[in-house]
Design a protein around this ligand. Sequence first.
Ligand SMILES: [Zn+2]
Ligand SMILES: [Zn+2]
Length: 268
Amino acid sequence: MARTALELGCETVQIFSRSPRGGKAKELSLPDVEKMRSVLEEGGIYPLVVHIPYYVNLASDDPDTRSYSIDVLVEDLRRTEVLGGKYLVTHVGHRRKEEPPESADALARVYTSLEEALGRYDGPVRILLENTSGMGREIGYTFEALGALVRSFPESQVGACLDTAHAFAAGYDWTEPDGVRKILTYFDRHVGLSRLGAMHLNDAKGTLGGRLDRHAHIGQGNLGEETFRRILTSDLLPDDLPGLLETPIDDYGDDLSNMKKIRSLRDS
Ligand SMILES: [Zn+2]
Ligand SMILES: [Zn+2]
């Protein structure tokens, strides 16, 4: 991974520390970790961001699922620390079928899960709660709900990750005139730009407010190049904010072409 990131010319990188689909995590080999860290350092690739596996549900009301999710969160916080990562990106969770969207009860369960996990981990890695698209039973797609959770914890422990495609699917229109400034100002009011640790830069296949979590190549979705240029040059965002691509790889080289595209828009 580190060598690939170096070859591609990455400035920052996001990885999974284990299979995102399930199973027990393979123990990290310390010599491998050392090698990886030195390659990243050599390339000035910083920060390393880890994404938690998809099956984690901190909002689950099933005691076994929830305690397993908390265990994975704590384990991934420790693994991220060993890997030299700065942030662990975590999805908010999924509510029960009969609960309303952004259910207060479901959000309260997430709060309790985070509180328990942080009671068992006091290292330097920060959790970044990612805004969701609100697809299916996903919670945490409004900045109000995301902010309520993020702001319940000290800034040193919990921050936020803003995914551009998820926000669009949730109904935040980046494309309207002044949309970027409006959304970031709204995010600042409810979550806090000081809490923003990273952005996921993805174009969206779905429509505005369509609650569909499908990422598109930069410039080829409903956000479009001009929107990304405005996001990347916004003076509301710090210059050193890590931007991570989660764009599809349909053909060999798609990762590099999306990266080139986003850099050309940033530097325009
Ligand atoms: Zn994610
Ligand atoms: Zn994302």
